[in-house]
Write a protein that binds this ligand. Structure first.
Ligand SMILES: [Ca+2]
Ligand SMILES: [Ca+2]
Length: 265
């Protein structure tokens, strides 16, 4: 958006060349100086006219035909933050304004909600019907909407069955009170064991206590809006959502996960 349209750059360069050429001609006393200068002048006039007549580049071209991502939000369950909360050094302040929408391609859907998606997790004590709660559309802050994974670094994984192009992820751990989750990491891979072509989409584990690398993203407060992560069109079949407890509990809570994407071409 900051770079000038190509026509303007070309016109500017043409102008500079024109000035240099006329300067040279003034000093060399060329008998052809006058007609040449006139023809150059008329050429420049045509160029400027073309530039003026050319329709301006619409701003929408920068984002293509992107649309704002519509996310269905649950009711907020708390307001403000307690003063005695022990926070790390780099926590995003809690905003009291609604989040700005993310611009995405128009043909996306929440592919996590597809019944063919296979969901697994690192805690073998979590029954399969509990995992189904992660994509049932219920994002409520109440206890029965939340599933619990044991303490330590834990993950929830999705297998989409085929290569997908991922644009937006939304994560609701638990928004029943003001809390900050630790070691929130999202990775994608080409295999179920996360060995092949592993790419990190989000990582706020700044002290690397989960051992997946030093994260540069910020910690954040859990809210009814969930955490919206830009996956920037990364292509993958598998995705993993990591966490390592919160300021509230060593346990890992999950309420809902949404993945907005489309089949990769
Ligand atoms: Ca749910
Ligand atoms: Ca950490």
């Amino acid at each position: 958006m900051t770079s000038p349209p190509i026509g303007l750059v070309a016109g500017h360069r043409f102008g500079l060349t024109f000035i240099r050429m006329t300067n040279n001609m003034n000093t060399t006393c060329n008998p052809l100086r006058r007609p040449m200068t006139l023809s150059l002048l008329s050429g420049l006039a045509v160029a400027v006219l073309n530039l003026l007549l050319a329709s301006p580049v619409p701003a929408a071209d920068a984002t293509g035909d992107m649309v704002p991502l519509a996310i269905k939000l649950p009711a907020p369950a708390f307001k403000g933050t307690p003063k005695d909360l022990q926070l790390g050094p780099n926590v995003e302040p809690l905003s009291d304004k609604p989040r700005a929408p993310m611009m995405v391609p128009p043909d996306l859907k929440n592919i996590a909600a597809d019944t063919k998606v296979k969901i697994t997790c690192s805690d073998k004590n979590v029954p399969a019907d509990n995992l189904a709660k992660l994509t049932d559309g219920d994002k409520d802050a109440s206890d029965q909407s939340i599933i619990f994974l044991r303490k330590g670094t834990q993950w929830v994984q999705m297998d989409f069955g085929s290569l997908q192009e991922l644009f937006a992820l939304v994560v609701w751990h638990a928004h029943n009170m003001a809390k900050v989750y630790h070691d929130v990491i999202v990775q994608v891979a080409d295999d179920a064991d996360f060995i092949e072509n592993v790419r990190t989409v989000f990582n706020n584990d700044q002290d690397n206590t989960s051992g997946l690398g030093v994260g540069t993203d910020r910690e954040y407060f859990e809210t009814y809006e969930g955490k919206l992560i830009n996956a920037k069109g990364v292509k993958a079949r598998y995705i993993r959502f990591y966490s390592k407890g919160s300021t509230e509990s060593a346990l890992n809570e999950y309420t809902e996960l949404e993945v907005y994407g489309r089949p990769a071409k």
